[in-house]
Design a binder for this molecule. Structure first.
Ligand code: X8Z
Ligand code: ZN
Length: 523
């Protein structure tokens, strides 16, 4: 905070400075959550932040008469169970205990965090977060709405199909035919991805399986094996191996006998290629994809660690979240077969639609969720919602954008946003929404570099050195230039743009429209 303020004295002469110095001074303003001027307030902000994270990390879902579950165990139960009463029990236990415990702390956190943002020249934290994208804050907000507008028709089709299937599975009482989807039925604590509904939603049952979880369980007894597997994709592109210290200093498994924040993260602890991940790896396809995601962060760190400190960041934070996800888009059935995780690959139209459905339940279902968390926080930090309405506003937004509703009535004393990691951890979330869009733009550009001419969803850049070199070059630029310039260098476009994701999912969209014909969709 002191440095940001000290840098401010150069504002009058910014235009006279060389572009790199000017940009570093500019980037310094967004280098983290600034502390308020009053030392007591600064102390409180830090303490409350740590306290909220700790409560989340220690959180348990305790259902009467059953053993208490940490978030990983509760999630696993929600992925598997198809008993509405059991799902309701776990959902309610987690939200009631963790969410409510965060409520008062978060109420105190907001004005303190805002005071910090004000002290360095922003109106509030929302304004600070939205200003970090090389464009005015209101223009950035409008960009997110524009992107959502491009993708909403596809989401609406997926929502319509999913709601109908859930209605058939559970009946009108549990999941009505119209309106919103009940959050506890989606196979995910936050209804943010619906991947675990795949078996029930599979368009063409009886096709060759595309689920690699069983082979992971059989062949990868050690978590490190899964990480090695992911690393090999990056090295196949011509990127370096992870440093020896990565293997020594990372946390791959949940430590025995003590609490730990298991939410996956990636680090360069000393800003000098001291790469690490922190995870509690489980043996599933979803986790293998999360490992690829985290290594994407590590490879970004590795590519730019020699730049000046303030350029050691993603072109924007959405870029950082999109790197590993771009790699996962190349994990096609053919790729998994080549790597020994799938035995047979069948290629026909039915298999294509099945594969697209699995992917959409993760990537399309996520879109409005990726937007809603910060739509809510933007309103909260800007003072547009009062604490008494925090929870109501949360569910209003979730109903409006996601078409998702809580399974039981919620009260003003509940605080359901606090039950999602990034709220107590105060990590901005729009980055994940942007990443969903960007990863398909990157994928399309890299596939072109690789000389691939077929449909986008069949492309894999595995082992392709041309694509690898182009990707690495983008990573090496870090935040040294506005993201628009960096995006242009890779893709030839200066805008974030949803046409690539729509092109990728074109076959599924046509199929869903056919399935939903004559139905009353919408929420
Ligand atoms: O938090 C994450 C990563 C850590 S950077 C595992 N993600 C979001 C989430 O889990 O809510 C990845 C996708 C969205
Ligand atoms: Zn991430």
């Amino acid at each position: 905070t002191k440095q940001i303020k000290a840098a401010r004295k150069f504002d009058p002469i910014l235009a006279k400075l060389d572009p790199a110095t000017r940009r570093q001074l500019e980037l310094l303003k967004f280098a983290g959550q600034p502390a308020p001027d009053d030392p007591a307030a600064a102390d409180q902000l830090a303490k409350i932040g740590a306290e909220m994270s700790s409560i989340y990390g220690k959180g348990k879902a305790c259902v009467k008469g059953k053993a208490c579950l940490d978030i990983d165990k509760a999630s696993a139960a929600m992925q598997k169970s198809r008993k509405p009463e059991e799902l309701l029990g776990i959902w309610t236990a987690w939200h009631d205990s963790v969410g409510r415990a965060e409520r008062d702390l978060f109420g105190k956190f907001v004005p303190l965090a805002n005071a910090g943002a004000k002290g360095v020249g922003f109106t509030d934290v929302a304004n600070m977060w939205k200003s970090g994208y090389d464009m005015p804050a209101d223009k950035f907000e409008a960009e997110t709405d524009r992107l959502w507008g491009q993708m909403k028709p596809l989401y609406d089709q997926l929502h319509c199909y999913t709601r109908r299937k859930l209605n058939k599975m559970y009946g009108d009482k549990v999941q009505p035919k119209t309106g919103a989807i009940k959050a506890h039925l989606t196979g995910n604590m936050w209804a943010q991805t619906w991947t675990y509904l795949y078996k029930e939603l599979e368009p063409f049952p009886g096709q060759a399986s595309i689920d690699v979880t069983p082979t992971i369980v059989k062949t990868m007894n050690d978590s490190k094996k899964m990480v090695k597997f992911a690393e090999q994709f990056y090295t196949s592109l011509g990127m370096p191996e992870l440093p020896a210290t990565f293997w020594e200093r990372s946390m791959f498994d949940k430590p025995k006998g003590k609490e730990a924040i298991c939410h996956a993260s990636a680090w360069d602890v000393t800003f000098a290629n001291d790469l690490r991940i922190k995870m509690c790896i489980q043996k599933t396809q979803e986790e293998l994809e999360v490992i690829h995601h985290e290594l994407g962060h590590n490879y970004y760190f590795a590519a730019y660690y020699q730049l000046p400190m303030l350029f050691q960041a993603g072109a924007n934070d959405g870029f950082h979240e999109a790197i590993g996800d771009t790699i996962v888009l190349s994990a096609t059935p053919d790729y998994y077969k080549e790597r020994g995780l799938l035995k047979t690959v069948v290629k026909n139209e039915k298999a294509t639609i099945n594969g697209q459905m699995l992917s959409a339940l993760e990537r399309i279902a996520f879109l409005p969720f990726g937007l809603v968390i910060d739509k809510w926080r933007w309103d909260v930090y800007a003072g547009k919602v009062k604490p008494a309405d925090y929870n109501k506003h949360w569910w209003d937004l979730r109903a409006k954008y996601q078409g998702v509703t809580p399974p039981v009535e919620r009260a003003a004393t509940d605080f359901d946003p606090g039950a999602k990691y990034h709220v107590p951890a105060n990590v901005a979330y729009t980055r994940y929404f942007l990443a969903r869009v960007l990863q398909f733009q990157f994928h399309r550009a890299l596939c072109k570099k690789a000389g691939f001419t077929g449909p986008l969803h069949e492309c894999s850049i595995y082992k392709n050195k041309e694509a690898g070199a182009a990707f690495w070059k983008m990573l090496q630029a870090g935040a040294s230039k506005p993201w628009q310039d960096i995006l242009f260098d890779l893709t030839g476009s200066r805008d974030m743009d949803a046409t690539a994701i729509l092109e990728y999912f074109a076959p599924l969209k046509t199929w869903l429209e056919e399935q939903n014909k004559g139905q009353t969709c919408g929420y």
